[in-house]
Design a protein around this ligand. Sequence first.
Ligand SMILES: Cc1cc2nc3c(=O)[nH]c(=O)nc-3n(C[C@H](O)[C@H](O)[C@H](O)COP(=O)(O)OP(=O)(O)OC[C@H]3O[C@@H](n4cnc5c(N)ncnc54)[C@H](O)[C@@H]3O)c2cc1C
Ligand code: FES
Length: 542
Amino acid sequence: MPMEANFTDGRITEHPIFKFDRGKEVSFYFEGKPVKAYANETIAAALYANGLRIFSRSMKYHRPRGFFCGIGRCSACMMTVDGIPNVRTCMVNVQDGMRVSRQNAFPNADHDVLSIMDKLGFYFSLASGFYHRKMIHPTFLRRIYVKILTTFIGLGKLPPKESVSGLHGSKVSEEADVVVIGGGPAGLTAALEAGKRCKRVILLDDKKMLGGQLVKQTHRFFGDARHHAGVRGIRIAEKLTKQIGELGNVTPFLGTTVFGIYEDRTVAASQGDRLLKIHAKKIIIATGAYERTLVFENNDLPGVYGAGGVQTIMNTYAIKPGMRALVVGSGNVGLILSYQLLQSGVKVVAIVEALPKIGGYLVHAAKVRRQGVEILTSHTVVKALGRKRVTGAIIAQIDDSFKPIQGTEKQLDCDLICIAVGLTPTYELATQAGAQEAFVPELGGFVARRTKFMEVSDGVYVAGDVSGIEEATTAMLAGQIVGVHSSLKLGYGLPEDEKQLEAWVKRLDEERSGPFGEKIRRGLGSLIISEEDKIGVYPTVS
Ligand SMILES: Cc1cc2nc3c(=O)[nH]c(=O)nc-3n(C[C@H](O)[C@H](O)[C@H](O)COP(=O)(O)OP(=O)(O)OC[C@H]3O[C@@H](n4cnc5c(N)ncnc54)[C@H](O)[C@@H]3O)c2cc1C
Ligand code: FES
C-alpha cells in the first residue's frame, strides 16, 4: 500500500493491564491494496496499526493531516468508504471486503501535488473567507467557480446515483420515560438510577461500547469506596454496564449519535442508516467533553495528537502509537497518559508544562518521575519538526507572560507529540434544548445554567463533564442525582429518595471542597438558577 517507509504491524500483543479482544481477522481494501485487520477495530485503528500516518489533506493548503481525536470530533480521519465520502474512519469498524480510500488529493494523499498551495497560497491571498471576496463576479460564472473550488477542497465526491440506489435507510420511533445521552460515568449512573425507578429508559452512545472516558483508564481511581476508589476506570465501566444490563428495562443503543433535540422532548439520532426518533418524558444530557489543541508551528503534522486520541489508539485498540513521545501538559490527563505510554513500551522524552508548577496530583507525577521522565515546568512546545510526520520537536522555556525565552530552545527527538492541555464541554445539545449558556473558563468553556438538581430547561438535565470539566467521581454523583430527580418528577421513586438526593448533593459539595475544587466552586458561583428561570425553547420538527 502507498504508505510511509516504516511499514510495521503496530499492534500490542501483551499489556500489563488490558486483555484485548480484537475479534476475527478480516481483510479490506485500502486504495486498492488488501489490508489485514480485525473485526473489533475501526478503519482508522487498522490503518494506523499498518503504518498509515497521513489520513487526509487539509482543505485549502493540502497539508498532511493525521488521526487526532479518535472519537469522531475533529474530522481529520475522513475518507471515502464503499463509495460514501466523508466517513469518519475512527467511528466505523472494518468489514471484510470494505473499500476505503483517502479523498481530495492528487494522485494520492502521500504525494499530493496540490500541496503546492501550501507554498503558493500566500501569493494568491487565500486568507480565511477569500471565497466571499474573490470569485464572486460576474455572477453567471459562479457555478464554474464553485465547481473549481469543490474539486480542490476537501469535501469528497458523491458517488453516482445508480451505485447508491440499493441503499435504503429506515426510521424507528421509540418512547421512554427517561432518555440518557452519553454512556460515560455520568450517563451510566443516571441510567442506572432512573432504571431502578422508571418503566423504560433509553441510553444512547455514539461509541461501540459503554463507559466513555473510563474505558481508557488503566489506573486505580482515588476518592472513597462508595465511588469505586481503588478500582481501575475500565473495571468501573464494566461494573456499571453489568448493573444496568441486570435491570432489564434500560435499552442501550450503541453506535448511535444524537444530532438534535426538538420540541416536546423529541430526540433525533442516527445509527448507521437508521434514523431514531425518540419521545422522552425527561432527557439527561451526559455527552462529556472534547479535547483542545494548542497553537504552535506545525501543530497539524501527523504525529501531533490529542491525549485522548492516543489513549484510544493505545488502550482501546491496543496499537502502539509511536516510539518516543513528548507530552504537553502536566495535568492529571498528561501525567496519566505518560504512565500509560510507558506501560505500552513508548519512551516519554519529556513532559512540558507552561505553568510554573505541575497541574495534576503529585502522586501521578511521582510515578512517572520514578520511571525517569523529566517534567519541565515553565516550558512549552514551539514547533513540531518533520515534513509529512513528526520527527522531533523544539521546546523552550517561557517567561511570566508565556512567551518563549530566546536562547532556551532545545530539540527533542520524538515521533509523537501528545496534547493534554484541557477539555471543552460538549454543550451544544443542551443549548438546542433551550438551556441558557454562560462562558465559564473555570469549567472549561460554555456550560448551561442549571438548578440545584442540574435541570437546565423544562425536563432536560445535564450531568458530568458537559456541565463543567471535573472528574469521574463527580460525574458519577451528578449522574445519580439527575437519575433520581428526573424519576421523582415523573412520579416514580423509592422510599427515602428525597433524603438520598440531599445526601448526594451534600456529597458533591464535599468533593469540591478541597484546594483542587476551588476553581470549580468559583466557576459554579453564578450558574445556579431557580426553577422559574428555566426556559425551554426547542426547534420545531415536522
Ligand atoms: C487521561 C484521563 C485520566 C482521568 N483520570 C481520572 C481519575 O483518576 N479520576 C477521576 O475521577 N476522573 C478521571 N478522569 C476524568 C473522567 O474520565 C471524566 O471526567 C469523566 O469520564 C467524565 O464523564 P462523563 O460521563 O461526563 O463523560 P465521558 O466519559 O466523556 O462520556 C461521554 C459519552 O457520551 C458520548 N457522546 C457524546 N456526544 C454524543 C452524542 N451526540 N450522541 C451519542 N453519544 C455521545 C461520548 O462518546 C462518550 O461515550 C480522567 C480523564 C482522562 C482523559
Ligand atoms: S474525527 Fe476521527 S480522528 Fe477525529
